[in-house]
Design a protein around this ligand. Structure first.
Ligand code: NAI
Length: 449
């Protein structure tokens, strides 16, 4: 009899882990995007923020034809409304103390069987849940969307130590089937997968570019080499940071300085080189700074025409853009890494360095290489993820170069070197396999088109 009752309770519990309604708390950039995407998927959505004005701004991001699915309120007056929702998604300001207080209040009012998440971009889940009730710790995960939510495919899911598997399954199903996202399973480590590797590319790039700039290489050349030549978007390095903003990159660097594990190569790059630090201090942050610009700026002339300029990092002054110096570089994707020229060397140091960094992060940040490749393709629009790119280049060629430079092999390259295989992935379609950190082979998802 007792067994029967507990089975009944269990089946009710799992059945209710289906998400069909969402309470979003915090209606800024991310919360309004999550609300809009959920309403577009046909869910009832509750939107709460500090003030009615903040909520109203958030609702304006929801398409007119989905607004009938939206209920609204303020956190102070209406928090108990979350009891009527399957998923309670926190997307408020990035502040540990404020998030913890909110989760404690949510726990008092949410319904049994509901699932809870934080959209934090950098606070470890174990810090958020420390001291919070066990029921909440079993039902909470990080659901990390990328901005803009309705455009970016990547959806990183991060369980805590106590998160139950059925909660992660519910989020994964909802993310893939209802929101149409690419679900990536990450671990509770700083910046998860996409931003751990993507931010290493950007922050290390600023430093590693310096000697090339001092030797006369132009930023336009660096952006071109780190764009289509290696299968990255045309923004390259500086164009990408202009989009994100130096202020955001500064906060990312400070968070990495505190939370990267000891010995991580990223520690060398958590603060800016002097020229970029000076740009930050005078508000030259990127596109968001408009007239102040970033590494580039566009100004409108009296006659309505536009003038584009580049901020020359070496000369520290504005100048007319120049054409990138890429004549004669090999055009096959990634071949530039092996070109015997300054362009080849800058590509090897910055892009190659990021591939090697990624190759050392499994199993630290993800259980397998496919989650890393998916995160980078979906979050940063690389044509190939790091391991797919290493396979494309030929891992043996990379290993030989590292040996000739006297460098250590990152963990997954060492695992490959010790195995019988020649590449990280083998086989096609349903037979595709991938190399695991322990040297075994496991079934790999097909490469999404
Ligand atoms: P935002 O500043 O656009 O919105 C934050 C919202 O929180 C605002 O509507 C604000 O009224 C509300 N808020 C401020 N103080 C509050 C308090 N004391 N209590 C309750 N609500 C408060 O921020 P955004 O960009 O939407 O970020 C939200 C979360 O998502 C953060 O944890 C951030 O790290 C994370 N995130 C941000 C990304 C981005 O590109 N903007 C990407 C991925 C994650």
């Amino acid at each position: 009899m007792v067994g029967r009752i507990s089975f009944y309770a269990f089946s009710v519990g799992t059945a209710s882990r289906t998400i069909s309604s969402v309470a979003v708390i915090g209606c800024g950039t991310m919360g309004s995007g999550i609300a809009a995407a959920s309403a577009a998927a046909g869910c009832r959505v509750l939107m709460l923020d500090l003030t009615p004005e903040a909520v109203e701004r958030g609702v304006s991001a929801v398409a007119e034809e989905h607004r009938h699915l939206i209920d609204t309120g303020t956190i102070d007056a209406d928090l108990e409304k979350v009891a009527g929702y399957d998923w309670i998604c926190e997307a408020i300001v990035e502040d540990l103390g404020i998030k913890k207080d909110l989760f404690a209040r949510i726990e008092d009012v949410r319904s049994a069987g509901s699932v809870v998440s934080s959209n934090t971009s950098g606070i470890p889940l174990r810090s958020i849940t420390e001291g919070l009730p066990a029921d909440l710790r079993a039902d909470i995960a990080i659901t990390h969307f990328f901005n803009p939510v309705q455009v970016m495919k990547l959806f990183e899911l991060v369980p805590g130590e106590d998160t139950s598997a059925e909660v992660i399954e519910a989020f994964a199903r909802f993310g893939a089937n209802e929101l149409g996202k690419g679900v990536v399973h990450a671990k509770d480590t700083v910046n998860f997968i996409g931003n751990r590797i993507g931010c290493y590319f950007m922050l290390s790039g600023l430093h590693l570019a310096k000697p090339f700039l001092a030797d006369g290489m132009k930023q336009e050349t660096i952006d071109a080499v780190l764009g289509q030549f290696v299968g990255l978007p045309p923004t390259g390095l500086y164009g990408l940071i202009d989009l994100i903003g130096l202020d955001v990159m500064d906060l990312v660097g400070k968070n990495l300085a505190v939370n990267l594990p000891e010995g991580d190569a990223g520690h060398a790059y958590t603060s800016f080189p002097p020229a970029e630090q000076a740009m930050l201090e005078r508000g030259q942050l990127g596109r968001k700074a408009r007239a102040a610009g970033g590494f580039g700026r566009v100004s409108k002339n009296d006659d309505g025409s536009k003038t584009k300029e580049t901020f020359d990092l070496h000369e520290q002054e504005w100048r007319a853009p120049v054409a990138p110096d890429v004549d004669g570089l090999p055009v096959g994707m990634g071949d530039v890494l092996f070109a015997d020229s300054p362009q080849g060397r800058v590509a090897w140091e910055i892009f190659g360095g990021t591939l090697l960094y990624a190759a050392g992060l499994v199993p630290e940040i993800a259980d397998d290489i496919a989650n890393v490749d998916n995160a980078i393709r979906w979050g940063f629009n690389w044509k190939k993820g790091p391991f797919e790119m290493l396979d494309h280049l030929g891992p043996q060629r990379v290993i030989e170069r590292l040996r000739s430079e006297g460098s250590e092999l990152p963990s997954m390259l060492a695992t490959l070197d010790a195995s019988d295989g020649e590449t990280f992935y083998s086989g096609e379609g349903a037979d595709r396999q991938m190399l695991m950190p322990d040297g075994s082979l496991a079934s790999a998802p097909e490469v999404p088109q």
